[in-house]
Design a protein around this ligand. Structure first.
Ligand SMILES: Nc1ncnc2c1ncn2[C@@H]1O[C@H](COP(=O)(O)OP(=O)(O)OP(=O)(O)O)[C@@H](O)[C@H]1O
Ligand SMILES: [Mg+2]
Length: 452
């Protein structure tokens, strides 16, 4: 989905870190949809007018330079060209507003050996499209921030390339390869398997942890500003990490409630008060998180132009179902084929509604969201264990009855098979839990019991 960027009416005059003009919005909400296809010139000038838009205080720069980790690798363009076999279409794994993303293999210092030797590493290489809607400014922001901010739920930047030659500027970013691509790829069915209910909850919690870290756990607060399903990437174990810090910016300094800034983000995800006034707080990210929770529940995009008119805006469509318990099941992603826990889905929708409260102050902090998601996950697991236990007891009873009647009957054999399946499953789960010390989120679904 395309990002937008437009200047808006001025904000609080007490705020000093942005030279926001008092002009009315240059682009309306609807027009922002066409930004990606508008002329580059007008887009660029809007970016340029935002010259103090992020990471702009002296202290913040000091913080970045003090903390700057030296482990970002500087790659040459020829090295990355080789790594992607000349930016081969066969290695293209995605494309966004910044440019194309390729899979590649680079040589990096062997961390284990510590003897200066090199080893191969699979990476994702993003190449800035000089004619695209995002630019050099986002590239710098990404390198500056991801060079110093490290967290298990933020994607790792391995290095970058910045070369200028007679063909123009080359700006590339090299990330750890996230083998299960983006949450958007899964929800839109670009990958064959459907995400189970429990893995959706776990992904939501991981992403919430990433945002919580940015908002609450660093010396400086960072507001992500572009939280959406395509910026939630999944590794081989389906751990979720946030990517794309091009639009991230420093939150308000102490004593200030918000920062006034030009508006950037993606249509369908940005908080209404931010879009209308340019007043940015961490609660704008919380709103976007609420939108993503609804996408996880429904399997639908925030805005989908290919649906009938009354279904195009997810939040408007969902409103009709969420308030009526009899209709609630119609909201849930049909690709789950009933393999979810309704109570858990209702609790998730309640949490989403909290994140989508009109007044930013009424929305929860991300640390609270992490906690609530933890209890929803625990509740879902115990619900599953109870239904599994109930199914096993019921079958044991049946077995006893049947063996009393006629041990040779075909029905008894069927019952035996059923019980065996349940026990096999229990054994399998317990083995997995023992070996990996946690549930196999990817393959596990509470509804499994019901399908046999
Ligand atoms: N580190 C990575 N590992 C694996 N795949 C990636 C990685 N980074 C990006 N991708 C893939 O490339 C796609 C494009 O990513 P990109 O961040 O450039 O754009 P986007 O987030 O889809 O859109 P926008 O630019 O509007 O934010 C992603 O949806 C994902 O499938
Ligand atoms: Mg992205």
């Amino acid at each position: 989905m395309k990002c937008f960027h437009f200047s808006n009416a001025g904000g609080d005059p007490r705020e000093v870190d942005d030279s926001v003009t008092s002009k009315a919005s240059k682009l309306s909400w609807a027009r922002s949809l066409s930004v990606a296809s508008s002329t580059l010139g007008s887009r660029r000038s809007e970016f340029d007018s935002d010259s103090k838009d992020f990471s702009d205080s002296v202290e913040f720069h000091k913080f970045l330079s003090q903390k700057r980790a030296n482990d970002l690798r500087v790659f040459s363009f020829s090295e990355l060209k080789l790594a992607t076999r000349g930016f081969s279409r066969a290695l293209l794994i995605g494309e966004g507003g910044f440019g194309c993303v390729y899979k590649g293999v680079v040589r990096v210092p062997n961390g284990h050996a510590n003897d200066g030797s090199l080893s191969d590493m699979d990476v994702a290489i993003k190449q800035l499209n000089r004619n695209g809607p995002q630019g050099h400014r986002e590239w710098i922001n990404e390198v500056n921030l991801l060079g110093v901010i490290k967290h298990p739920n933020l994607v790792k930047l391995v290095g970058y390339c910045a070369e200028d030659d007679e063909r123009g500027i080359q700006r590339l970013l090299v990330y750890e390869l996230m083998r299960n691509k983006s949450l958007e790829d899964h929800l839109l069915g670009r990958v064959p398997s459907t995400l189970t209910w429990i893995s959706r909850l776990k992904i939501a919690q991981d992403a919430a942890r990433g945002l919580g870290y940015l908002h609450e756990e660093m010396d400086f607060q960072l507001i992500f500003r572009d939280f959406k399903t395509s910026n939630v990437l999944l590794d081989e174990d389906f751990n979720a990490k946030l990517s794309d810090f091009g639009f991230a910016r420093q939150g308000p300094s102490e004593g200030f409630g918000h920062v006034s800034t030009s508006v950037v983000g993606t249509v369908g995800y940005a908080a209404p008060e931010y879009v209308h006034t340019g007043k940015l707080t961490a609660k704008s990210d919380v709103w976007s998180f609420g939108v993503v929770l609804y996408e996880l529940i429904t399997g639908r995009r925030a805005v989908e132009r290919n649906l009938p008119r009354n279904e195009q805006k997810l939040l408007e469509w969902a409103r009709h179902y969420v308030s009526d318990p009899r209709k609630f099941h119609l909201l849930v992603d049909p690709r789950l084929e009933g393999e979810y826990c309704i109570k858990s889905a209702q609790k998730l929708a309640t949490l989403a509604n909290k994140c989508l409260m009109k007044h930013p102050k009424c929305r929860p902090k991300m640390s609270e969201v992490v906690e609530i998601l933890g209890s929803i996950i625990d509740g879902t697991i115990s619900e599953f264990q109870c239904s599994l236990q109930a199914a096993v007891s019921e079958e044991e009873e049946k077995e006893e009855k049947l063996s009393e009647e006629d041990t040779e009957s075909g029905t008894a054999k069927q019952g035996n098979n059923y019980l065996k399946k349940v026990l096999d499953f229990r054994e399998m789960m317990s083995l997995r839990n023992k070996s990996i010390r946690r549930l196999d989120w990817k393959n596990w679904a509470p509804g499994l019991v019901r399908t046999w």
